[in-house]
Design a protein around this ligand. Sequence first.
Ligand SMILES: NC(=O)c1ccc[n+]([C@@H]2O[C@H](COP(=O)([O-])OP(=O)(O)OC[C@H]3O[C@@H](n4cnc5c(N)ncnc54)[C@H](OP(=O)(O)O)[C@@H]3O)[C@@H](O)[C@H]2O)c1
Length: 317
Amino acid sequence: MILLLGGTGYIGMAFQTELQRRGQNFLTLSRSEVDYTRFDSLLNFLRAKKTTFVINAAGYTGKPNVDACELDKAGTLLGNALLPQTIAHACAATEIPWGHVSSGCIYSGAKISENGAVHTEKDMTKPAMRLLTEKSPQNILGFTETDTPNFSFRDQPCSFYSGTKALGEEAMAGIGQSYVWRLRIPFDEFDSPRNYLSKVQRYAKVYDNVNSISHRADFVSACLDTWKLRAPFGIYNVTNPGFVTTRHVVEQVEKFLKPARKFEYWASDDEFYQVAAKTPRSNCVMDVSKLLATGVKVRGVEEALEDSLKNWQPENK
Ligand SMILES: NC(=O)c1ccc[n+]([C@@H]2O[C@H](COP(=O)([O-])OP(=O)(O)OC[C@H]3O[C@@H](n4cnc5c(N)ncnc54)[C@H](OP(=O)(O)O)[C@@H]3O)[C@@H](O)[C@H]2O)c1
């Protein structure tokens, strides 16, 4: 039996849907039933049930966005750093393998291939980088699982949320057998305040940057496939291969959904941070070759984006 923690959440619900579709025997556990954030409660639960695999889709994201994490640092630390460590110890004690939903937001920027060398560029909004993104996208590479996070407490500035996500990965490292699945900016065809494609349509102004993004159903399917295929335990970036600029996403929204509104962009980083955001935001490109090399199949970002917009299901219908 698979145990799903955080099944009530945005990502947890997608795991539920996919586990049901696959006919898997699974159980979801909410803190309101058993406080799985406590080591003893979780250990007793794992011992009492015949658990073969644990999925941790629980965590503290901050609502409506990561700025909220700055106002509840204890809760953020508890949900994102202590919880994965607690689960790691409980799973190690019961010899149960497990998977943890982490985030790509522990990186900033991309790796740039230029004149035979590769260097990291943290700010992809610089004019030279915008030009490169447009003219030579093949020279923009993603962060791999062996790259040290560069948007974390150890490499600041970062948001408190991102800091705790990187800390969570550190806290569970080397304990038992686990997957770390790094999700990045979830989207799909279901209009929702949590969906990136809905957010883009609702922002007063759009912040143009470069990102890898994860189709929600593709993400959970790829995560479950790592276990199904018995891929080696470890960290995996789980985004749709490739990257998008926000400007391109807006163009696709205009093309497929034909919204009545006109989209405007923040003139600069300064304006964005003065008016719309408090804590620094991560924008980054991820490399998914490690995941694909295991045999897990994930469609490209352009296909997933188009498919979501073609099958768009407005929230109020
Ligand atoms: N959504 C994103 O944009 C995004 C992007 C990258 C990574 N992630 C990661 O994906 C995971 C799931 O995110 P989500 O968007 O599905 O979050 P969510 O909708 O807020 O759901 C998270 C669930 O976690 C459980 N939980 C356990 N401890 C918690 C705590 N201290 N504070 C709040 N909730 C807690 C809650 O379930 P019960 O109370 O029912 O147990 C809650 O329903 C998180 O680890 C997040 O960091 C999310």
